[in-house]
Design a binder for this molecule. Structure first.
Ligand code: SAM
Length: 253
């Protein structure tokens, strides 16, 4: 099962990524400046969406993975929030609402495999933007040196404890890069440990990303009907110039 189809992702995603927050202020600021409803595309378990709702922003979400959405619904219930998050594919969705801001955080756009899929998604975003609406998203800037790495087998990322259930996991990760197809495969392997430290279950969670270059994304934006955009090298408006930067895009029609 590729990407977030495996039901185990609903259980484990927040334990792996719940603390990742480098992007949070950027998306919250964008949402607070937006003059109307906000859509988070590929909202997952609500790492960003629930914070938007806590700020009483009229925020909606879509995601293709039911396990991720189930987890989001459970978290929203516990927080006493109403989450309007529905199962939909970013390449082809139709919502009655038009949005002042559409966001695609945490590199989710890179899960799209082909130019046709990328273009279909961007066109769909454009159709759902209100007049003067903005699209904000981020993904890594591909840098040859960084992509030359990988393929070194499994590395122990960290040990994780689920405070809710008491379950302990060892999280392993391997990264491989297919330059011909610009494809990065990240294999997460999660071993559940008994009290004595023996492995009692193993879950394999492969993720696939397709990296995109700056000039390529500019062409895609143009082809999808966007006419203005800015790209930064981080979440604080840094210029895009160095290695290991995140490309942060803001586009409008
Ligand atoms: C890295 S997670 C990001 C989740 C959340 N936005 C966050 O920032 O924590 C990527 C998400 O993209 C979703 N996704 C992948 N392909 C998708 C598609 N074609 N349409 C909608 N969601 C998709 C996955 O189900 C997953 O929840």
């Amino acid at each position: 099962m590729m990407n977030y189809e495996n039901p185990f992702w609903g259980e484990i995603y927040d334990l792996i990524h719940g603390g990742d927050d480098a992007d949070v202020d950027f998306y919250l600021d964008e949402a607070m400046r937006a003059n109307g409803p906000v859509l988070e595309v590929a909202c997952g378990t609500g790492r960003i969406l629930l914070r938007l709702l806590q700020l009483e922003i009229d925020a909606w979400g879509i995601d293709v993975s039911q396990p991720m959405l189930d987890r989001l619904a459970e978290k929203a219930r516990r927080l006493g929030l109403q989450a309007r998050a529905v199962r939909a594919d970013m390449r082809a969705f139709t919502l009655s609402q038009r949005f002042a801001l559409i966001i695609v955080p945490f590199r989710s756009f890179l899960h799209l495999e082909t130019k046709e899929d990328q273009l279909a998604a961007l066109s769909c975003f454009r159709k759902h933007l209100a007049p003067d609406g903005r699209l904000a998203l981020n993904f890594f800037a591909p840098v040859a040196e960084a992509l030359a790495g990988g393929g070194g087998g499994l590395r122990l990322g960290r040990e994780i404890v689920d405070a809710g259930t008491g379950r302990r996991y060892k999280a392993w990760q391997s990264v491989s890069n297919d330059h011909q197809n610009r494809r990065q495969t990240i294999d997460w392997v999660l071993q559940e440990l008994s009290g004595g430290g023996e492995v009692v279950a193993t879950n394999s969670l492969p993720l696939r990303l397709h990296w995109i270059y700056k000039s390529e994304f500019e062409l895609l934006l143009k082809a999808a009907g966007f006419s203005q955009w800015s790209v930064y090298g981080g979440f604080n408006g840094e210029p895009l110039e160095g290695e290991g930067q995140e490309m942060v895009w803001i586009a409008s029609v």
